[in-house]
Write a protein that binds this ligand. Structure first.
Ligand code: ATP
Length: 359
């Protein structure tokens, strides 16, 4: 069992509060992701798990055992760092073997484990090369293999694929997910890429300035963000957050271009959130010469970005700007007037302090 638990952990560097009263549980065998903007404390949390830092207050447990005073070696968690840190004078094979040689594992066992991990990461054919002769993606795989070859309690990865180009990143993250499932080990993963966090993680913790703002399954956080901060972080294009006012039988936003006929809309909502994929766009006026009852005033098409499978349309309504994600390549031109709407059930409501409100 290698569940990893933080109980009210706080860490300061001088006057800077870097981890603020963090409590979370990463379950055994879970792929758990810390996600947040730069300097939000992600790497520091990994360093605390690893034992490179000790908490000022609070408790860390690995597999049920308090580890605050346990050395990194005894904690037996393996780390893949942001900078790959391969030994340049060793072949890829020797790099992968290194953690096992260092631990004086029997030669036959080393060979078997290196072969296993090389097969999983598809690097068998490059093991004879030194790092300088490998591509960025290959070096990354070797670095990951070197972490995986041990049999640690858990793996930690700090933005391990951020240096790869977009296509390789997509491939590698799918592989990482598969490898983690096959290994059946706890994996804590840090990324600043929301798509990556959503695609690989079983659970995500969202960080802001060292505080955990929300923890949950990716779909749960996406569907029910606890605040405008979290809502803006997950999803691309990001959620439209619009000032809202009470109107007839519901709420209005974007200077009347959005009318939500939702009698259950919370009275204290000051902003609404609309995911781009939930916004419907139709020509104005509708075919019968009138606008749809739910639609308000027209909005103007500001920008159209055809992306192949879908199109991002930026809409202007007075000072408000919002983005809609439409399937395919609809016939919409800049400057056209359109009616926009959203199903009441898809609307997110937020209060004065940015917290989500139940409807
Ligand atoms: N050894 C240190 N001494 C002093 N301050 C530090 C140290 N390490 C980190 N910090 C500070 O702690 C804060 C959080 O840093 P951390 O590296 O944990 O954030 P992060 O979310 O991982 O950022 P990034 O995405 O840029 O890697 C930052 O303000 C950083 O300057």
């Amino acid at each position: 069992m290698a569940d990893i638990v933080f109980r009210n952990v706080t860490k300061r560097y001088g006057d800077t509060l870097v981890v603020d009263d963090a409590s979370f549980t990463v379950n055994d065998n879970e792929f758990f992701c810390f996600f947040g903007p730069p300097l939000s404390g992600k790497s520091t949390i990994l360093r605390l798990v690893l034992g490179l830092e000790t908490p000022d207050t609070g408790e860390i447990l690995i597999g049920g055992r308090p580890v605050n005073t346990v050395s990194p070696a005894e904690r037996n968690v393996a780390m893949v760092f942001q900078n790959l840190a391969l030994f340049p004078h060793m072949s890829a094979r020797d790099n992968v073997r290194f953690p096992l040689v260092e631990r004086r594992i029997a030669e036959a066992d080393i060979e078997k484990r290196v072969a296993d991990v090389a097969a999983k990461l598809h690097i068998g054919h490059i093991l004879h090369k030194p790092p300088a002769q490998l591509s960025g993606g290959e070096r990354q795989r070797v670095a990951i293999a070197r972490a995986l070859v041990r049999d640690p309690n858990a793996y930690l990865m700090d933005d391990p694929i951020s240096a790869l180009d977009a296509r390789l990143r997509e491939e590698t993250r799918v592989e990482l997910k598969r490898i983690q499932r096959e290994l059946g080990k706890t994996l804590i993963y840090v990324t600043h890429d929301q798509e990556e966090a959503m695609s690989v993680a079983d659970g995500i913790a969202i960080l802001e300035n060292g505080s955990i703002r929300q923890i949950g399954a990716p779909a749960e956080i996406y569907d029910r963000p606890a605040s405008t901060y979290v809502a803006r972080l997950l999803g691309s294009p990001m959620m439209n957050i619009l000032k809202s006012v009470r109107g007839d039988g519901g709420v209005e936003a974007a200077e009347g271009a959005i009318r939500i006929a939702d009698k259950a809309a919370p009275a204290d909502a000051v902003e609404i959130g609309l995911r781009p994929e939930d916004i419907k766009v139709r020509p104005w006026p509708d075919r019968d010469g009138t606008s749809d009852g739910r639609a308000g005033r027209p909005a103007r098409v500001f920008e159209v970005e055809p992306l192949g499978g879908y199109t991002v349309v930026t809409l202007a309504a007075g000072q408000a700007r919002l983005r809609a994600l439409l399937r395919g390549q609809p016939d919409i031109r800049p400057d056209a007037m359109v009616a926009i709407s959203c199903e009441p059930g898809r609307v997110h409501y937020f209060g004065q302090s940015g917290g989500a409100l139940a409807r």
